[in-house]
Design a protein around this ligand. Structure first.
Ligand code: HEC
Length: 223
């Protein structure tokens, strides 16, 4: 009787010990974690935690102290294609994109353009394109050349606006590597929309009739 109880006790102790050891290994290896917010003790770290630079941070290793590096010259995107024209090479861009915006100006294209514009452009150009976004108010650039509604910018071709977005203009950075080609064209439609709405408002307040092209586009997009 006692002998068999001893055996049962031994088996129980063995099972409990195995469970405890498994639990301890699980906790130490980071596999059991539900009760703790702390990072697990990594027995095999698998390169999960490495030295790295923060994208907007400082790095004294580089001469300009910037952690964020530009892509090495000749780097190609994995998705899409590289933008072929340099900043300021507006002539080549206008020749190449002479056909204008390849996307139709539909409601969904405009909605996408607005979404991308609000995300990427509004910090500097403001949501309305007036050029006095938060970044500008903090002293970047000047609100005059950043005003997408100004006469000069309204005269730009679609190709030129696409080119400025893709390659940048003076201190405005290039966005070809951050915004897909299709999305850049949706933004061009949206910039045109902002310009036309502003022009419509302007001519109305001047007491002049809006041109038939402008009024028909506005009424179409307002439906
Ligand atoms: C970091 C701030 C910044 C962001 C973000 C930015 N821009 Fe600009 N943009 C500028 C500045 C500054 C200028 C004026 C450059 C100059 O003086 O030639 C400019 C000029 C332009 C011009 C030419 C205006 C003119 O009259 O010559 C266009 C068009 C334009 N931006 C469109 C865009 C679009 C579309 C986006 C979003 C994809 C965008 N920008 C994002 C800063 C910015």
């Amino acid at each position: 009787m006692t002998g068999s109880m001893n055996t049962a006790l031994k088996i129980t102790i063995a099972i409990v010990t195995i469970l405890l050891v498994t639990f301890a290994i699980g906790v130490l290896s980071g596999k059991i974690w539900w009760f703790s917010e702390e990072p697990p003790l990594m027995v095999v770290p698998d390169m999960d935690d490495q030295f790295h630079l923060k994208s907007q941070g400082e790095a004294r290793f580089f001469a300009d102290n910037r952690a964020q590096r530009d892509p090495i010259e000749g780097t190609l995107p994995r998705v899409g294609r590289a933008y072929p024209f340099a900043m300021g090479d507006v002539d080549s861009a206008e020749k190449y994109f002479a056909a204008g915006n390849p996307l139709p100006k539909t409601e969904s294209v405009l909605a996408r353009g607005q979404n991308r514009f609000n995300t990427f452009c509004s910090p500097c150009h403001n949501y309305t394109g007036t050029g006095d976004g938060l970044v500008q108010q903090k002293g970047f650039g000047n609100a005059e050349t950043m005003n997408l509604l100004r006469e000069q910018a309204r005269q730009y071709s679609d190709a030129k606006i696409f080119h400025v977005i893709s390659a940048g203009q003076n201190i405005m950075p290039a966005y070809a590597d951050r915004i897909s080609e299709t999305d850049r064209w949706t933004i061009v439609h949206y910039v045109r929309e902002l310009q036309q709405k502003a022009a419509g408002g302007l001519t109305q307040s001047n007491g002049m009739a809006a041109t038939s092209v402008q009024s028909s586009t506005i009424s179409k997009t307002m439906q």
